[in-house]
Design a protein around this ligand. Structure first.
Ligand code: FES
Length: 110
């Protein structure tokens, strides 16, 4: 299992886990996080935006140009922002830590 930790906008820590090969967006959604993922991984929405802990950012495979372009349109982008639908869990990512950007939580539970 690959453990993942999500930090919500309220400062809550949600620990969950997935299998190697799982998509971070799906893992977050399964844990009840407010990640819309409207386009279901087609890189056409940016509603799956997460901010990766800087310690982990460089360990992820690099974002494609299409992902970078889409991130330019996302609200609250930071240097370590990524589209969670483009992150595939691997055993090396055990302990991965990401935050949900504030903009993603409007009108939501978290
Ligand atoms: Fe739309 Fe990730 S789900 S870009």
């Amino acid at each position: 299992m690959v453990k993942v930790r999500f930090l919500t906008t309220r400062g809550e820590v949600i620990e969950t886990s997935g299998e190697a090969g799982d998509n971070l967006l799906r893992v977050g959604q399964a844990a009840g996080l407010p990640l819309e993922g409207t386009c279901e991984g087609q890189m056409a929405c940016s509603t799956c935006h997460v901010i990766v802990d800087p310690e982990w950012f460089d360990r992820l495979s690099e974002a494609s140009e299409d992902e970078e372009d889409m991130l330019d349109l996302a609200a609250g982008v930071r240097r370590t922002s990524r589209l969670s639908c483009q992150i595939e869990l691997t055993d090396d990512l055990d302990g991965l830590s990401v935050s949900v950007p504030a903009e993603a939580h409007d009108m939501r539970r978290f």
